[in-house]
Each structure stands twice: as structure tokens, then as C-alpha cells.
Design a protein. Structure first.
Length: 522
């Protein structure tokens, strides 16, 4: 049976034109005037745009493969492919135990992966989702597999074993390697260690994707300097995750990398607040790297709390990304302990007041009761305006990434709003991109950059991952106050030639795949 998308305006390769799209199997077979035949399935697209499906180049849906609500939230934004394995921590390679504990508040716990490396992770996706999943080898997971909980520099033998794990992951289809250099154990990795891991990635044509060291914003130069060293030593192409900083800083630092010959792109989302593990800024790395049970025992001990209050929390106050007002800048998004459910959506300052204590005490209580499974929305000192974000998004190196975290009762709205917000704010309301430029930033360039094969175009012979957009109504509805609201204006979506969202409702078909690295054919 043939699938026809009829009467819409196709946006592809810098051009908008009225055309029908014919699909057979997983492949687009014709774009133009197509005459329907008996038995064709037809999606009526008059008055709407037909676009290649969006690629979320920074996603934390790793353990949420089968979650229908997550799939629906992404499809209603037009996302058909997610890139997982971000920030240096995920399930493969290894058993997945490290990610399931340390990163549970970000990635969730995978329902099927129990080993088998990158191949096992990609196989676990097959036929269980309406979305496509690509995977980055997470360098922190690799480090934990080889070095355990050590904070010491890796020795020559350990680096060789880590490199072998990355090589295997690349052979099994990973699109690159990721680091999270403010998380553990990535924070303990040297630049030379990371460069060694990037060498097989460069040889395979993959990407080095990095959550830079040092907190971004005004500290970005330090992270950029390290990236330049890693790229020079390994020859890897670079993609910078969630580049948060003033527009002038981003522009100058990218120009600096490119002047050194470093092939660099980045993602940034259309919000000013971040979201992360509560433990990341509020516990010392040498404590966080220990087993969860050990950390919980320590932070439950009155003597250890006194030491942290005396020796560690003054450093939190001096953190350039937080500062002395940190209790009012951190909003609780996910708390695994049911007895603290009342605190969801409150700042640490407000939660402490309600509990009759202070921010340090309530933070440690939450972490201990939740076995560290707490995430939080983080305000930033510099609140970027729509105009400043538009400047960032207009950079040719920008790609769409949500950094979406779906775990939590009061999550960051970026998980359910990012891509619709791009279209509402930066195409329709504050014209930054034309529709063809939006496709370039959100579909075509990301698919090529992350080696996702014949995706990101609407042309005969290409994969049929397509979305239908109402240009007049597409919008995000999630807010910081009501973060669970879904996007509107994208009601019909096709993945691998099958309709997965029809009139705004999920279809029963699950054609999503674990994508192996595949360079685009000319």
C-alpha cells in the first residue's frame, strides 16, 4: 500500500513548493503532482507545510523508549529522531547499572537494556517506539566500566581499555562519543584521556559531543580551550552541547575554534533556565562518585553535614553559575521520595521555609530520602532575551537540541516545548529563520552532522520521516508554571513510512529504529 501526503507545501533544500509526497515502504518515491490510486492511504495536507522530521540532537529519552506520553510529546513538536547517550552517562557499554543509579533522575531506568553494548542498546529500541534513536558512546560510562569509582587519572593500560570500548561502540553504530565534564566520573578525566577516546571516533567519521567543563556562561573560554586541545590531538569534529552563554561569548568562542581549524557546531534551546541533577552543584565530586548507598549514608550523618556546611557550601556560593542566591535559583523538578512530593515546583528556599529549616538541610534531606534521585530547574544569572537568543540561533553552526528531561512531576518545559517554541517564536513571531532555514537548523544539518543516513530531506530515495505543520497555529504551551502541557499545530507525523501520529493521536504502529551511523549518500 502506498501512503500519499497530498496538497501541502513541501519545504526542502531551501525551497517551498506545493507538492504531493508519495511513500512506499520506508522510502519517499515521488515529490510533485501524484495521482492517487485505489487503496492509497492519504494524509490531507492542504493549508499546511510538509517538513522533514526534526532531529533532537541532545535528548535524555535514553530509558523512555516505550513511554507513550514521551513519544507523543516529542512527535507533537515534530521530533522524529533523538540523539541519546548524552553528557557522558548512559547505559551502554556495560550493564547499565551506573546510569540507572547516578543518572536515574535524568535518563530513567531502561526497560530492556541489560548489556550487549551499543549494539544491545540499539537493538532494544527496535520495534518498541515511534521514534528513531541514535546513540553516542558515553565517555563517563566507559570510564566507570574500566576505572570503577576512582577519581585518579587513568593510567596507560586503562586508557587503552577505554579506547577499545569506544572503538567497539563505533563499530556497532554509535554516531560519536559524549562527555559530561561537570558530572562524575567525567570531571576526573584529563584532556589527554578524552583525546585518546576521540581518536577512534575521528577515524570513523563520528563526532565528539561535549558538555564542556566549567559551567559555561562567563567561564566558557576554559571549556573551549580544552576542546581545542582535544580536537588538535584527535582530529575529531566537535559538537558543543547546550552552549549557554551570552551571544557575544558564543560567537567569539566559536570563531576562535574555527580559526584553529576545529570543525565545530553546537546546540542551544530557546529557554534561559537549565535543568540538572540536584547533586551535581550541591555535592563535591569526590563524594558523588561513590556508590549511591555510601553517599546517602554520609550525607545522613550529622558530622558529615557539618563538614559540608563548613567546607563545601561556601564554594557553592562562589559558583559563577549560581552565587550566594542559590537557594532561590533552584526549583525542584523531580524528587523520588514520595514523602517530599509536596516540594515539587518549589525553590529550595521556599521548600526550606515550609519545612522550617534552611536550604542546605532540606537539600541534603531530599537527596538522602531519594537515594540521590532528584533533578532541578536552574535559573541563570544572565536572563537572555528573545532577541539575544535569536542572535544565537541565527549562527550557521546552531542545531536544534532540547536537553529535554522527562523525569519529574514539575520538569523543565523544554522537554515538551522546545521545537514548537522554535517555530512559534523564531519563525512566526520574531522572524529569525524562514521556514527553509528552520528545516536546515532542525532537520537537514543535524541529520548530516550526526550521520543519520538519508534523513532530513524530502526527495525521492530518502527516508520517509516527515511532519505536517500548521504554520499559523504551531506553538509551545508548556511553561515553567505548567510544564506538562503539550505543543499544538503538528498533528500528523510519519516515521519510516508509517503514520505514527494521526490527527494528534498516537497510532498503534511502532516503526522507530535504533539508527546505526550512516553517512549520507550523494
Amino acid at each position: 500500500m502506498r501512503l500519499l501526503m497530498c496538497g501541502g507545501t513541501v519545504v526542502d533544500d531551501g525551497v517551498m513548493r506545493r507538492a504531493d509526497v508519495a511513500i512506499e515502504g520506508k522510502t519517499i518515491t515521488a515529490v510533485g503532482d501524484v495521482v492517487p490510486s485505489t487503496g492509497d492511504q492519504i494524509i490531507e495536507c492542504h493549508g499546511r507545510l510538509v517538513l522533514p522530521g526534526f532531529v533532537d540532537v541532545h535528548s535524555h529519552t535514553d530509558g523512555l523508549v516505550e513511554d507513550n506520553a514521551v513519544q507523543q510529546a516529542l512527535l507533537k513538536q515534530g521530533v522524529t529522531t533523538v540523539v541519546t547517550g548524552q553528557d557522558g552517562v548512559s547505559y551502554a557499554p556495560g550493564s547499565g547499572e551506573y546510569a540507572s543509579n547516578y543518572f536515574a533522575a535524568i535518563n530513567g531506568r531502561h526497560p530492556h537494556y541489560d548489556g550487549g553494548g551499543v549494539a544491545g542498546y540499539l537493538a532494544a529500541v527496535q520495534g518498541r517506539s515511534r521514534l528513531n534513536f541514535a546513540y553516542l558512546v558515553p565517555a563517563g560510562t566507559v570510564r566507570s566500566e574500566v576505572c570503577g569509582r576512582s577519581s585518579a587519572p587513568a593510567n596507560e593500560s586503562q586508557i587503552a581499555r577505554m579506547v577499545a570500548l569506544v572503538e567497539q561502540g563505533m563499530r556497532e553504530g554509535a554516531v560519536g562519543v559524549s562527555t559530561g565534564l561537570d558530572y562524575v566520573p567525567g570531571i576526573f578525566a584529563t584532556a589527554d584521556e578524552i583525546a585518546a577516546l576521540c581518536s577512534p571516533v575521528a577515524a570513523a567519521g563520528g563526532l565528539y559531543v561535549t558538555h564542556m567543563r566549567g559551567g559555561y556562561e562567563a567561564n566558557s573560554a576554559a571549556g573551549i580551550t580544552e576542546i581545542a586541545h582535544i580536537a588538535a590531538e584527535s582530529g575529531a569534529r566537535v559538537h558543543i552541547s547546550h552552549f549557554h552563554a551570552q551571544a557575544a561569548i558564543i560567537s567569539s568562542q566559536l570563531q576562535h575554534l574555527r580559526s584553529l581549524g576545529v570543525d565545530t557546531t553546537f546546540d542551544a534551546y530557546p529557554y534561559t533556565r537549565g535543568c540538572t541533577l540536584l547533586a551535581m552543584p550541591l555535592l563535591p565530586p569526590e563524594l558523588s562518585v561513590l556508590p549511591v548507598e555510601t553517599v546517602v549514608d554520609l550525607i545522613s550523618d550529622p558530622g558529615e553535614r557539618t563538614r559540608l556546611r563548613r567546607d563545601w557550601f561556601p564554594k557553592v556560593e562562589r559558583n559563577a553559575s549560581l552565587g550566594p542566591d542559590w537557594p532561590s535559583m533552584i526549583t525542584l523538578a523531580h524528587i523520588a521520595a514520595p514523602e517530599f512530593a509536596w516540594a515539587h515546583g518549589l525553590t529550595l528556599e521556599a521548600a526550606a521555609m515550609r519545612a522550617g529549616t534552611d536550604a542546605i538541610e532540606i537539600a541534603l534531606d531530599l537527596l538522602a530520602a531519594s537515594q540521590l534521585e532528584v533533578n532541578a530547574v536552574m535559573a541563570v544569572p544572565h536572563q537572555r532575551s528573545v532577541v539575544e537568543l535569536a542572535t544565537i540561533f541565527s549562527h550557521e553552526g546552531h542545531m536544534g537540541g532540547s536537553d529535554g528531561i522527562f523525569i519529574g512531576a514539575h520538569p523543565h518545559p523544554r522537554a515538551r516545548g522546545t521545537f514548537a517554541r522554535y517555530l512559534r517564536e523564531y519563525v512566526r513571531e520574531t522572524p529569525t529563520w524562514s521556514w527553509p532555514e528552520a528545516v536546515q537548523h532542525l532537520s537537514t544539518a543535524p541529520a548530516a552532522r550526526f550521520s543519520l543516513g538519508q534523513r532530513g530531506r524530502i526527495a525521492a530515495g530518502w527516508e520517509a520521516d516527515l511532519i505536517v505543520v500548521d504554520p499559523h497555529t504551531v506553538a509551545d504551551t508548556a511553561t515553567y508554571e505548567k510544564p506538562l502541557a503539550e505543543a499544538i499545530g503538528i498533528d500528523d507525523v510519519v516515521v519510516a513510512g508509517q503514520q505514527v501520529l494521526a490527527s494528534g493521536r498516537l497510532a498503534t504502529t511502532t516503526p522507530g529504529r535504533g539508527l546505526r551511523r550512516e553517512h549520507t549518500k550523494n
